[in-house]
Design a protein. Structure first.
Length: 233
């Protein structure tokens, strides 16, 4: 009888209370990551970081190359010759200051470091590991020259890439008395052959030049033309 009375009381109570008001227990779903080990979690974190870094690098590679400001000048040696680049890429000196082949873009590429690019042909003056001058279509580490002002207010240009191994003496850009380029390891900074006077060309403006090179170019670069020694010095 007691059990029957309890059942009737429970049924009356359910009729009085609406079914929507009663809380319904929600069964929680098991977390799929709950069963993963600590090592697996660390691997997932590392993969996420690698993907994030890779995405940023891809965006950086799409940026345009930096534009550097250069000035149009002539480089007159103290011996009376202006530096010149011919259309075939050969380098020598000329007495004709008005020659369009003697115009250069002097481009700063570092602290007191410049690149010398011919305006007419677009080639860069460079010095190889043997001290010979040549021209390059692309900007490479061999195209970098350190610009220094000498005591007589002339400017010297020494290779930033190469120097005398034993003494550490710099290799300089120079033109001899015949107007021919000299080997860098035979040019002394105290001689007139190494002294140049940059002269800004009137009526010209600074130009924007894109200077860039790849790391693989700097590691595998070789001189594009065989060195041509000048007359006896």
């Amino acid at each position: 009888m007691a059990a029957l009375a309890s059942s009737l009381i429970r049924q009356k109570r359910e009729l009085r209370e609406p079914t929507n008001s009663r809380p319904v227990a929600v069964k929680r779903k098991a977390c799929p990551r709950g069963n993963k080990s600590l090592c697996q979690k660390h691997i997932l974190v590392l993969i996420a970081k690698v993907r994030l870094c890779g995405g940023r690098q891809g965006r950086l590679d799409k940026r345009p190359d930096p534009q550097l400001k250069g000035v149009v000048t002539t480089l007159r040696c103290q011996l009376g010759f202006c530096l010149r680049i011919h259309s075939d890429g050969s380098v020598d000196g000329t007495k004709d200051e008005a020659s369009p082949l003697a115009l250069f873009n002097l481009i700063p590429v570092g602290l007191r470091v410049v690149a010398i690019q011919g305006v007419k042909c677009g080639l860069y003056i460079a010095m190889n590991s043997e001290g010979y001058l040549y021209t390059s279509e692309r900007f490479t580490p061999e195209c970098k020259f350190k610009e220094s002002v000498f005591e007589n207010y002339y400017v010297t240009y020494s290779s930033l890439q190469y120097r005398q191994q034993e003494s550490g003496r710099s290799w300089y850009l120079g033109i001899n008395k015949h107007g021919q380029p000299m080997k860098g390891n035979r040019v002394k900074k105290t001689k007139a052959a190494a002294h140049f006077l940059p002269k800004l060309i009137e009526g010209t403006h600074s130009v924007s030049v894109c200077v860039t090179y790849r790391l693989t170019d700097s590691l595998t670069h070789r001189s594009p033309c065989a060195p041509r020694p000048g007359p006896a010095r």
